[in-house]
Ligand binder design. Structure first.
Ligand code: SF4
Length: 438
């Protein structure tokens, strides 16, 4: 089926990168490979700040690199750290890291932008950002309950690339490419050139668009992957435009980590493309306050200035961010950058992720440490994504102590109990008796 037929009306063929020279329908993974000879967009790129530590990093490990190159997202993609040799050239690898990287095959390869690597500790294998991006032997251990597709997304896949689980919204997996590969990724099976059944192509996009056109109950599309912001501006513009042309789709969202790990991608041109397709919201994946750099201040400012409501999503991970002393400055720092903390996720039981997973109690403890102790906007929703495809389930601290006649008894953030007049209410009834029994 041609793109025109899928669209149901005459239209120009999509843009340059969709019109491959030898194959009218290039595979996305090919099409999204970094362009080798891209010229740095000097003027726009130079506006990105580069802090002195980062400058020292690239002078040391990428000698001869200009600031314009460093700030060119295609350069960052092209020279990503992908191999054991790349890693060993920059990091003092532990024997465990070295062995884990050496024996890796298949999906979820190593991939780290030089920019993001510049934020990591070169010597300490326990440093949080490094732990989340350089594989270790723990990845090869499979704990009880862990699955390759714990959320049963494959089961809810309506057509390739479209996960239709909730009544009025879908997840649109647009690409398998990310700028960095997180070792705890829920879609580890899908990303980083996995092969097999997980392929991404413009043909697949066409099928997805036909499905969405036919399903008038879908009013909300979340574009994810992989990372949609690794697509070129023209492809993204084309896809967003096609989605926007479907009348019943009211709302588009992009899930991305790019503004954090490749902030240079948020060019003026990208922002101009995104602005054309409002209402467009964005969920940005943050992990740790170390990520809140001057560069990220700039990328989030550009997006916020374009009128894109920004929310964050963070995976709770043991030894990485499972401490209120880490989580609070992250959430407060996000607010300062006009990013509203949205979700804090319990780490999904993906195969080989037990070393990252905390107890669920820890998530509640973090929420309790935020709720009332800082701005309400800085408190995300804590959620478990139910294994087997049950969807997100919010877990919140229980501030209801019980009931005394017409009074509801509530505990505040400091643990003090207050009465609230609530004649006729039932909330809390029997709770104190249950507590007494327990
Ligand atoms: S950026 Fe997102 S999709 Fe890509 S590896 Fe990380 S968690 Fe997975």
């Amino acid at each position: 089926m041609s793109l025109q037929i899928a669209r149901g009306r005459e239209a120009k063929p999509p843009l340059r990168s969709l019109r491959a020279k030898q194959d009218a329908r290039p595979r996305l993974q090919e099409a999204t490979q970094p362009i080798a000879a891209a010229t740095p967009a000097k003027k726009a790129a130079l506006r990105f700040p580069v802090n002195p530590e980062t400058r020292a990093f690239y002078k040391r490990f990428y000698p001869g690199t200009s600031t314009a190159e460093w700030n060119d997202w295609r350069w960052q993609m092209r020279v990503r750290i992908r191999t054991l040799d790349d890693l060993a050239r920059i990091f003092h690898l532990s024997e465990d890291e070295r062995e884990a990287v050496r024996k890796h095959t298949g999906a979820l390869p190593v991939g780290i932008t030089p920019y993001y690597a510049s934020l990591m500790d070169l010597k300490d294998a326990r440093e949080p950002l490094r732990r989340t991006h350089i594989m270790t032997g723990d990845e090869y251990l499979r704990a009880p309950g862990e699955e390759d597709d714990p959320l049963a997304e494959d089961h809810d896949t309506a057509v390739p690339g479209i996960v239709h689980r909730y009544p009025d919204r879908v997840l649109f997996l647009t690409t398998g490419t990310c700028s960095t590969y997180c070792r705890y990724c829920t879609r580890a099976r899908v990303v980083g050139n996995p092969g097999g059944e997980y392929q991404f192509s413009t043909r697949q996009w066409e099928q997805a668009l036909v499905y969405l056109q036919a399903h008038t109950e879908v009013r909300d599309v979340l574009l994810s992957g992989g990372d949609p912001l690794t697509l070129g501006d023209d492809k993204l513009d084309w896809l967003l435009g096609r989605l926007r042309a479907i009348k019943h789709i009211e709302f588009l969202r992009i899930g991305t980590k790019v503004p954090v790990v490749l902030p240079q991608r948020v060019t003026k041109n990208l922002v101009a493309v995104l602005k054309k397709h409002h209402p467009l919201w964005m969920s940005i994946h943050f992990t740790h306050p170390k990520e809140l750099t001057a560069e990220v201040t700039e990328s989030t400012a550009r997006l916020a200035d374009a009128g894109i409501p920004l929310g964050s999503q963070t995976v709770l991970m043991k030894g990485i961010n499972d401490d209120i002393a880490v989580m609070k400055p992250l959430m407060q720092g996000l607010l300062k950058r006009r990013v509203r903390p949205y979700y804090l996720y319990q780490c999904d039981p993906i195969r080989g992720s037990a070393h990252f997973r905390t107890t669920v109690d820890k998530g509640l403890e973090i929420i309790q440490g935020l709720r009332g102790h800082t701005t309400g906007y800085a408190t995300p929703i804590f959620a478990v994504d139910a294994p087997g495809g049950g969807g997100k389930i919010q877990i919140a601290p229980d501030f209801v102590v019980g009931r005394d006649g017409n009074d509801l008894l509530l505990r505040n953030f400091e643990g003090d109990v207050y009465r609230y007049p609530d004649p006729g209410g039932t909330l809390g009834r029997g709770k104190m008796a249950r507590l007494a029994v327990e």
